[in-house]
Design a protein around this ligand. Structure first.
Ligand code: SF4
Ligand code: SF4
Length: 222
């Protein structure tokens, strides 16, 4: 049986944790009163490598790879359980979980917590609910500080909607109003996110940026 560190090194993920569910504070659970698996295997990916392993012939390449890789890792660790995420009804606030594990920190004008190492180029990719008890283990480069504190905030100037703000955070309605417009300048990517210097060496490939940016039209629902 592999150790978590060995399994992570052989995987497409950059960060991995085994966590007793009760170690996660209520803020990490969308319904703190709901039943929880006993433990969690939590997996994140930073930088462009994850995408380079995706099969873009599939309709949902990121979730498909995450699912396959998470199930393979659980099997290599002899963990019994079930996949909680990717799933539309995952019971967790994924950003709160990543913040709790120290993988991201702060709250940027972009509305997302950033990693001091990877900037916005890190994301939760899979959570596997484990039926047995585990000892807490957390692997992967931690975010050492709030990277926005000493930044001149080029993200604010780059946005045509004035959506990011240091004072009030991210105005999702302002962003949506621009993105609903025909021929808007944000059809392929978020200009504010592109302007952010944090994590520049780990910037996603252009195809991945376009994929995430265009994967849904959430703004139509606002
Ligand atoms: S997608 Fe466009 S409008 Fe929305 S935050 Fe990014 S730059 Fe601003
Ligand atoms: S540009 Fe600066 S202030 Fe804006 S999100 Fe990036 S690090 Fe934070």
């Amino acid at each position: 049986m592999s150790t978590l560190r060995q399994a992570l090194a052989q995987s497409v993920f950059s960060h991995a944790a085994l966590v007793p569910s009760n170690d996660l504070p209520d803020i990490c659970w969308l319904d703190p009163a709901a039943a929880r698996p006993r433990s969690l295997l939590i997996l994140a990916a930073a930088g462009p490598e994850f995408w380079r392993h995706c099969s873009t012939a599939q309709s949902d390449p990121v979730d498909q790879l995450a699912t396959n890789a998470a199930l393979a890792m659980a099997e290599s660790l002899s963990l019994c359980g079930f996949l909680l995420y990717p799933a539309a009804d995952a019971p967790l606030d994924l950003v709160a979980v990543m913040r709790h594990l120290g993988w991201v920190s702060g709250r940027s004008p972009l509305g997302m917590a950033l990693s001091s190492e990877y900037g916005s180029y890190i994301a939760m990719r899979a959570v596997f609910g484990v039926v047995e008890a585990v000892e807490l283990q957390v692997h992967g480069v931690a975010s050492s500080k709030d990277t926005c504190i000493d930044c001149a905030a080029p993200c604010v100037d780059a946005c045509p909607a004035g959506a990011p703000s240091i004072e009030r955070g991210f105005d999702i309605g302002a962003c949506a109003s621009v993105r609903r417009q025909t021929n808007n300048p944000c059809q392929q990517a978020c200009l504010a996110r592109l302007a952010c210097p944090a994590g520049a060496p780990y910037r996603y490939d252009d195809a991945q940026i376009v994929h995430h940016h265009t994967a849904s039209r959430w703004f139509d629902a606002l």
